[in-house]
Design a protein around this ligand. Structure first.
Ligand code: P53
Length: 485
């Protein structure tokens, strides 16, 4: 009973939110380097230069006008530039992960650090940077779990191409994949292609200049083909490679037993499951093809694309789980946007974090069941966690009991799914195991870590690391293989 012996306990991070060193060691600019800090009520802004040379800003979810170029201003604060400085603290941080007993560590490789312009020019210093990190992890028996692309694209590809809506970007991406698969062969065997592929929709994430449905679905088609080709290539280079997909999973419940609400929830959930259908079953679901027909969306495909999608099915489903949501057929009710979700209904049965994310541990068991019943491939929870304000006490300690409570309940739900429902679960990597910059708001004060980093929303702080109460708690969870919660 309990978790399997080889269960991958660990933690998760992403380059743009953790690494920093944004222009060090030969790294090129990434789109996310041009996005300012923000807050729950003030969206992050993309800064760009117009054709006339003027500097403008738009909401980060918007797309850029044609010809605009992502731009970094001297007097603005861009949290990705230093982030929480893994670039200079990697040895210290990995030692802390080892102390917690991590079996794996999820991180992403910055595409612009390996290919500064996103094209076939390779930055050897960047390759060496990650190589040292992988060696250091392996020294402690920690398996690297690598997200190939987490929420950004080299700025050059966004400026000189139309980001992912341009088919040529597929080949540039595959060149990047080939470079890292070959270089890290034997060191990294766990990979996933695109982080939260269902959330990619803006200039910062995929470099597109408009985000109408036609452009967006064309870009998504290219992402699917690129992901499938990467899976095939990764298996060819090393048959030991396990290559997964990654989706943000926010299950929706019908607000009432009214069948119309049930249908609304089904339609909400489909929007996410579509992305799994393509990557696990290797084809577009029927309802999506009907949607294309109705909306007159025409995807430009090449003859072999269909075959690639079939051949490049993933080995596992990686997903993030933070919250659930509710759906109603009544448009009056569908106004509320909890956290960073799409329009939905507030669930009166659940409490929310300070950022409006509905806390729902049982929803994790429900998600695991839904996904496993439907797809029958191994699952990997690659993000879960509680973004909260932490208070540093006089002696420097942080009593984050609210975080322990969140994890205790979610790990119990995950355990039930394994023990009672028979779900095949590979591992669990809580998000931001060390404090890092929030993707949604760019804040530091929205913290997820077991390890505290001294840095505030304006970039002040010593970057010193310290152990929170949850650090010791998680250490004991791992040591007991999830028995001692
Ligand atoms: P932050 C929204 C909802 C669910 C997952 O998010 C999300 C987001 C994006 O805001 O993204 C993932 O930092 C993502 C991470 C991100 C993490 O969730 O907004 O993969 O990069 O940091 C938490 O609190």
């Amino acid at each position: 009973m309990g978790f399997p012996e080889n269960f991958l306990w660990g933690g998760a991070t992403a380059a743009n939110q953790y690494e920093g060193g944004y222009l060090s060691g030969g790294k090129g600019l990434s789109t996310l380097d041009a996005i300012t800090g923000g807050s729950k009520d003030h969206p992050r802004m993309i800064t760009y230069r117009t054709k006339e040379g003027q500097i403008e800003r738009v909401n980060r979810d918007a797309s850029l006008p044609e010809g605009a170029t992502g731009f970094v201003e001297a007097d603005q604060y861009y949290p990705s530039h230093v982030a929480t400085d893994f670039y200079h603290h990697w040895q210290e941080d990995i030692a802390l992960f080892a102390e917690m007993g991590f079996k794996c560590f999820r991180m992403s490789i910055s595409w612009a650090r390996i290919c500064p312009k996103g094209n076939e020019e390779v930055n050897e210093e960047g390759l060496v940077f990650y190589e040292r990190i992988f060696d250091e992890l392996l020294k402690y028996g920690i398996q690297p779990v690598v997200t190939i692309n987490h929420f950004d694209i080299p700025m050059y590809l966004a400026d000189h191409y139309d980001g992912w809506s341009d088919r040529e970007v597929i080949d540039y991406f595959l060149f990047f994949c080939e470079t890292i698969f070959k270089r890290y062969k034997g060191k990294v065997t766990h990979w996933m292609t695109f982080n939260e592929i269902n959330f990619l929709r803006s200039w910062t994430q995929i470099g597109i200049h408009q985000n109408d449905p036609q452009t967006l679905w064309q870009a998504r088609h290219h992402l699917f083909v690129a992901s499938a080709k990467a899976v095939v290539l990764g298996h060819e280079i090393d048959p030991n490679n396990q290559i997964g997909m990654m989706i943000a999973y926010i299950p929706s419940y019908p607000m009432t037993a009214n069948p119309e609400d049930v249908l609304a929830a089904l339609q909400f959930n489909r929007q996410q499951e579509t992305f799994i259908d393509v990557q696990v079953k290797g084809q577009y679901p029927a309802h999506l093809l009907k949607y294309f027909e109705r909306e007159q969306i025409e995807i430009q495909q090449e003859a072999e694309d269909e075959n690639w999608l079939k051949k490049g099915c993933v080995d596992y489903i990686g997903f993030s789980y933070y919250m659930s949501t509710a759906a109603s057929a009544n448009p009056e009710q569908v106004k509320y946007v909890g956290g960073n979700q799409q329009p939905a209904v507030k669930n009166p049965y659940l409490e929310e974090s300070d950022w409006g994310w509905a806390v729902d541990p049982l929803g994790l068991r429900i998600s695991l069941c839904q996904l496993y019943d439907r797809y029958q491939v191994p699952l990997f929870i690659v993000e879960n966690g509680f973004g909260a304000l932490d208070q540093v006490m006089a002696e420097g300690e942080i009593h984050d009991d609210y975080r322990i409570d969140y994890f205790q309940k979610h790990i119990q739900a995950m355990k039930d799914a394994v023990e009672l429902d028979g779900v095949d679960l590979m591992g669990y990597t809580p998000w931001g195991c060390i404090d890092l910059v929030s993707a949604g708001t760019g804040e530091m004060k929205k913290r997820y870590g077991f390890i505290y980093v001294d840095l505030d929303d304006e970039g002040n702080g010593s970057l010193a690391r310290s152990r929170k109460k949850s650090f010791h708690w998680y250490q004991q969870v791992i040591q007991s293989n999830g028995e001692d919660l």
